[in-house]
Structure formats: structure tokens, C-alpha cells
Design a binder for this molecule. Structure first.
Ligand SMILES: [Cu+2]
Length: 472
């Protein structure tokens, strides 16, 4: 596994210049599986025509310009980064649930082209930002406007899905926060932060050590976005906290926990709630899940330090499978699923990360039709942790290693460790062509991805070197 990892890292640095390593990109390919002239008994619909209908929802407009920028880090080092509007993460987009979000993306000078994928957001196929599948990459001098209704409240993020392993690492990332109209939890301050790796520099909002203003006694909602490729474990010093939301989905009955590391998987979001102690400050430390080294800190408030973060490695991990209280949230799972698929995640020497022994573009799409209940079994047989992300849907985690969860937990990205098996379920209620891939973007680049396609959905776009659409 270690060897594979080193080779994979080497290949990705190399593949910026070469395509010698890993997965061979086809010259031109139609991921819908329909091809030219194939007919479908129920007729066909193009992904490009699946848009949000016109409504009276309040419109919130934003403009993001992708451009190369020289950034100066706190340590004085300068970096050539790719940014949305000159910073990484790009501007935080904050809207209210029910708003119509209109974002114009302009590409100033990123030669390979860019897109914006709205990670975790349930939106129409044409707005998903995946080059060669839902649109063409936006080339220098071009623009593309995204429009979707923010139906889910919660913490989300956005990133380019063109050569994402390179572009996210170069800085093309940002946050999307959707607030509820009426505050759903009791807090005074609402902060969101992004853990990211900027070209080899582990950072939190472009800093090594982040300070956030908070007064003694204040309750803080802290939204943590992990835009890195590996699980980031978060230690909170000395005070109890609640995990109130994962991937934008509220937890039912979140009890306070203390001295537990929160493992935020790559691509995931965890919202935690805590109170600043009287005369105290709160400190959080992140620990990289694979390299086991501490990387960034967050400090809230000005008082004396409460509690010390010691024995990081010996702290137990927060376990979402045992958290929360049982719910009857109205979504009752069927006794029989319409489609059941097993996906075995693995890697093979020297540099391929596979699903069912095949790399992306060689796997047949998982086919569903609208209304199906779908169950996926995710089995990790090797190659490190695989944070599996499904576009366009939120799934419920049913079991871990055969054991049912304590509460109803919903996610869009689930980190699956080696030798673990999860069962997840969702309703196929959003017709389109959706990627299902590992959000360790290096693994995705080296093959770990496939399509979940609805019957009868086609696309006018093509993946490949010829059209210049590289979705992984
Ligand atoms: Cu992976």
C-alpha cells in the first residue's frame, strides 16, 4: 500500500506534464453509454436540457473569475496559485435556503479550462460542473453561468472538476454555505473554515494558524470543510462539543462529546457546536489521517488556554455510526431495493486505483431509472482510505461492517477505510449522468471513478483529449 501511495504521488506530480502514468484518457468518449444513433424505448433527454425551472425564488448573483495569481504565505514564501477572484479558498458564497443561486464563472487565463462543481448540492444535471459530461470546460476568455435553487441548508463547497487533482491543489476551491431562514441551532457566531493543501502546503484558509474572534460564553457553530485528499482528524482541546451536521445533513439528538478526534473525510463537512469558556480560549488542532502529523490550528477567543491537546494519537475517534438518536424522519427505506450493486475498491501495481478491478472509462455505468431505490455495497480491499463521493444525491449510510447505524446519517462523501464495508442507500430521484468517485483526487486521477446514469439520459458533451474535457 505504501509503495502504491508513493508511486501515485510521483505519478500525479509527473502527470502535470505527462500522461504516462495511470489511466489513459480516451481521445473522445460519450459517458452516457448511448452512443450515436442508439434509441431508448422511453425516449431520451439531454442532460443539457435538465435545468432548474423558472420560479419566484429570490435571486442571489455572484461572479467568480478563475485566474493565476501569485500568493504570499505568512512565512513569506510566494506561490503561483490558481484562484477564484484572487484568493484561495475563493469567496465564501453564503445564501439562504430557497434562494436561486446564479454564479457566473469567467476564465481569465487558466489554459486547461475550468469548471465549478457544487460539491454536495442536489441540482439539475446541466449545472453539476463536470467537463465532458454536463458541460464543456470553460476556456480562457469564456464564461459559463450556473443556476440552481439552494434546496438544502448546510455547509457545502465548490471546486473545479477539470483535472481536479491538479486544479483543486492549485487553489480552485471555495465554500458554499446555505443558511436556514430560521436559525435551526442555538449559536452566537457562525464560522466556516476550509482545510486545504495548496501545492504541498497544508493550510486552513491560506494560513497555518487561524484566529477567529469570539467572546467568553459565546456559542460557536464551526463549519469545517475538508478540501484535502486525506482524512483530517480534528482535536478540540478541553471542552465538550456536539457534532450537529455532517455533509450539510443535521444529526438527530447530537449528544456532547469530549476528547475525541473528529475524522473529517476528504470532501466532507462537519459542523460542530461549542461554547467559549469564561476567561478561556478554544484551540483546535488538525492531524493528517495518513501522514499522522499535525498541520494547522484554529484558535477562538482571547482568554487563557483551556485544556491542553496531549496524546493526540491516543484520543479515540468520534464514531458517526454510534452517534445521535434513532429517527423516524419520514423517509422509510423499502424492504426490497430495485438495484443493488457491490463496488470493490482496490489498487493494482504500479499505479491504478480501481472499482471492481477496472479504472474509470472502462467500467460500465451503474444504471438506474427514476424512482428506483438503490443500495450500494462499498468494500475497501486496499490502496488506502477511499472517500467515495456521489454527485447529485445524498445517501443514507445503512451499515458499517454489517452493523446498522444508531441514527439516520446522511452524507454525500463517505470515507471507507481498508477492510471496511459499508452499505449505503438512496432514492434515484434526480435524473442525470452523475459521477461516483473517490475524493482522494489522486486516486480519482488514477482511475477510481465511474458513472451512475439514469436510463434515457444523454449528453452532447464528450470526455477526452480531443474536446479537452478531463473530468477527473
Ligand atoms: Cu481512493
Amino acid at each position: 500500500m505504501k509503495k502504491g501511495w508513493i508511486w501515485a504521488s510521483f505519478c500525479v506530480s509527473l502527470s502535470i506534464f505527462l500522461t504516462a502514468c495511470g489511466m489513459e484518457l480516451p481521445e473522445e468518449m460519450d459517458v452516457s453509454g448511448h452512443g450515436h444513433g442508439t434509441s431508448h424505448p422511453g425516449g431520451t433527454t439531454s442532460c443539457a436540457d435538465l435545468k432548474e425551472p423558472t420560479t419566484t425564488a429570490p435571486v442571489k448573483k455572484f461572479h467568480l473569475t478563475a485566474k493565476a495569481e501569485t500568493l504570499k504565505l505568512e512565512n513569506g514564501k510566494t506561490l503561483d496559485a490558481w484562484t477564484y477572484n484572487g484568493t484561495t479558498p475563493g469567496p465564501e458564497i453564503r445564501v439562504q435556503q430557497g434562494d436561486r443561486v446564479v454564479v457566473t464563472l469567467e476564465n481569465e487565463n487558466i489554459q486547461a479550462g475550468v469548471t465549478i462543481h457544487w460539491h454536495g448540492v442536489i441540482l439539475p444535471c446541466s449545472q453539476d460542473g463536470v467537463p465532458g459530461i454536463t458541460q464543456d470546460a470553460v476556456k480562457p476568455g469564456e464564461a459559463f453561468t450556473y443556476q440552481f435553487i439552494a434546496k438544502q441548508a448546510g455547509s457545502f463547497w465548490y471546486h473545479s472538476h477539470q483535472q481536479s487533482s491538479i486544479q483543486a491543489r492549485k487553489g480552485l476551491i471555495g465554500r458554499l454555505i446555505v443558511e436556514t431562514k430560521k436559525k435551526d441551532w442555538d449559536y452566537d457566531k457562525d464560522y466556516a473554515v476550509t482545510l486545504h493543501n495548496l501545492d504541498g502546503h497544508p493550510l486552513i484558509d491560506q494560513k497555518k494558524d487561524l484566529y477567529l474572534k469570539a467572546e467568553p460564553g459565546e456559542k460557536v457553530r464551526l463549519r469545517i470543510v475538508n478540501a484535502r485528499n486525506t482524512t483530517q482528524k480534528l482535536a478540540v482541546a478541553g471542552i465538550p462539543y456536539q457534532v450537529i451536521s455532517i455533509d450539510g445533513n443535521d444529526i438527530h439528538g447530537p449528544s456532547p462529546v469530549k476528547n475525541q478526534l473528529i475524522p473529517v473525510g476528504a470532501g466532507q463537512r462537519y459542523d460542530i457546536l461549542f461554547q467559549i469558556p469564561e476567561n478561556g480560549q478554544v484551540k483546535l488542532v488538525t492531524l493528517d489521517g495518513e501522514e499522522q502529523n499535525t498541520s494547522t490550528t484554529i484558535t477562538l477567543g482571547d482568554g487563557r488556554e483551556v485544556g491542553k491537546i496531549t496524546d493526540l494519537d491516543r484520543q479515540p475517534e468520534f464514531d458517526f455510526t454510534r452517534y445521535g438518536t434513532p429517527t423516524h424522519d419520514g423517509v422509510s427505506l423499502p424492504s426490497k431495493f430495485d438495484r443493488v450493486y457491490t463496488l470493490t475498491l482496490d489498487w493494482s501495481w504500479p499505479d491504478q486505483f480501481t472499482i471492481n478491478d477496472k479504472v474509470m472509462h472502462h467500467n460500465q455505468p451503474l444504471m438506474v431509472k427514476k424512482g428506483d431505490w438503490v443500495k450500494l455495497r462499498l468494500v475497501n480491499e486496499g490502496g488506502g482510505t477511499h472517500p467515495m463521493h456521489l454527485h447529485g444525491h445524498v445517501f443514507q449510510v445503512l451499515t458499517k461492517n454489517g452493523k446498522p447505524l444508531k441514527s439516520s446519517i446522511y452524507m454525500d462523501t463517505l470515507p471507507v477505510d481498508v477492510n471496511e464495508t459499508y452499505e449505503i442507500a438512496f432514492r434515484a430521484d434526480n435524473p442525470g449522468l452523475w459521477m461516483l468517485h473517490c475524493h482522494n483526487l489522486i486516486h480519482a486521477r488514477l482511475g477510481m471513478g465511474m458513472m451512475l446514469n439514469y436510463e434515457g439520459i444523454t449528453t452532447p458533451y464528450r470526455v477526452g483529449t480531443k474536446p479537452g474535457n478531463v473530468p477527473d
